[in-house]
Design a protein around this ligand. Structure first.
Ligand code: NDP
Length: 311
């Protein structure tokens, strides 16, 4: 079994930036790309808020550029995902889905987070045909159409505001009679004439034909009454799940499964193990903040290896 200085688990702006810094520090990192190489940005179109691209850049292009830049300095990539990791002793052991096993002196975890879905039978088949978990990615396709969004947190508010720029009508469907979103975000929604709110309702069914989503069935949680509402789109705004299942109790996580890091550093509770990007950040969730934390994780890993020894 080969032993590495640093293995980076997960690709995306955090993982690729960690790889860039680690490879330029001559640590010859191995990036295990995961099931969605490049992460959430590969399902986005224009990225207009990543500094350095005055005209914007396509999400997949940005990720390919980052990947190539890290490769130029000696980063290796492996297309598989990690199924198990043993952090109980150093060197740490990493087991992959394809059967590969590695030992490594340090680990950087950048596995990101995935949008949550409701669990309705046809919702995943309808992604791209009216169902979406990313208004920023797909809102543009709903120009002058009617859309519904589920959720009552900041994500749902933010996505509803964004959708209102394109859609003719946006309805937020929420399972309770109050939002958990911050007050200013709620106020912006209440003040927006294009947005209305269906309190105390859940989405029970998505109806679609060959053209995509046409309606949803909603249930009043107080009376049990069902109603059908015509819609061209259904957006999920019910939060994100960090991709930390493979860690299975080996690292300190918060109540939602995000990796806990220390005092603004990418350090986890285990020395030599670092976390960056959305897997440890339920708050900012931006490509640029993920990239920044990836840089920090690589610098911390480099200093740790200087102190405690390389392969
Ligand atoms: P939250 O967990 O805060 O909110 C999720 C919302 O979805 C809740 O209203 C919840 O309902 C609802 N929900 C969850 N599961 C279901 C379900 N199965 N069916 C129906 N409704 C469901 O997630 P967010 O993604 O909104 O926010 C995560 C964090 O990120 C927060 O800390 C937030 O403040 C932050 N954030 C900040 C932003 C900003 O400042 N610009 C933007 C976006 C997020 P209920 O309330 O009943 O539990």
């Amino acid at each position: 079994m080969s032993t590495r200085d640093v293995i980076i688990i997960g690709s995306g702006p955090a993982g690729y930036t960690a790889a860039l810094y680690a490879s330029r520090a001559d640590l010859k990192p191995l990036v295990i790309l995961g099931h969605e190489p490049g992460g959430q940005l590969t399902t986005t179109t224009d990225v207009e808020n990543f500094p350095g691209f005055p005209e914007g850049i396509l999400g997949p292009d940005l990720m390919n550029n980052m990947k190539a830049q890290a490769q130029r300095f000696g980063t290796e990539y492996l297309t598989t995902q990690v199924t198990q990791i043993d952090l109980s002793k150093r060197p740490f052991k990493v087991t992959c889905e394809n059967g590969d096993e590695f030992l490594t002196q340090s680990v950087i975890i950048s596995t990101g987070a995935s949008a949550k879905y409701l669990g309705l039978p046809n919702e995943k088949q309808l992604i791209g045909k009216g169902v979406s978990a990313c208004a920023t990615c797909d809102g543009f396709f709903f120009r002058n159409q009617v859309v519904h969004i589920v959720g009552g947190g900041d994500t749902a508010m933010e996505e509803a505001m964004f959708l209102s720029k394109f859609a003719s009508k946006v309805t937020i469907v929420h399972r309770r009679d109050s939002f958990r979103a911050s007050k200013p975000m709620q106020q912006r929604v209440f003040d927006n004439p294009k947005i209305d709110i269906l309190w105390d309702h859940t989405v029970e069914e998505i109806i679609a034909d060959d053209t995509g989503v046409t309606a949803i069935k909603v249930k009043n949680v107080n009376t049990g009454d069902m109603a059908q509402r015509e819609t061209n789109g259904l957006f999920m705004g019910i939060g994100h799940s960090p991709n930390t299942k493979f860690l299975a109790g080996q690292l300190d996580l918060d109540g939602h499964g995000f990796i806990l890091t220390k005092d603004g550093h990418p350090d986890t509770n285990i020395p030599g193990v670092y976390a960056c990007g959305d897997v440890q950040d339920p708050y900012y969730r931006q490509a640029i903040s993920a990239a920044g934390s990836g840089c920090m994780a690589a610098i911390r890993a480099e200093r740790y290896l200087e102190e405690f020894g390389r392969v």
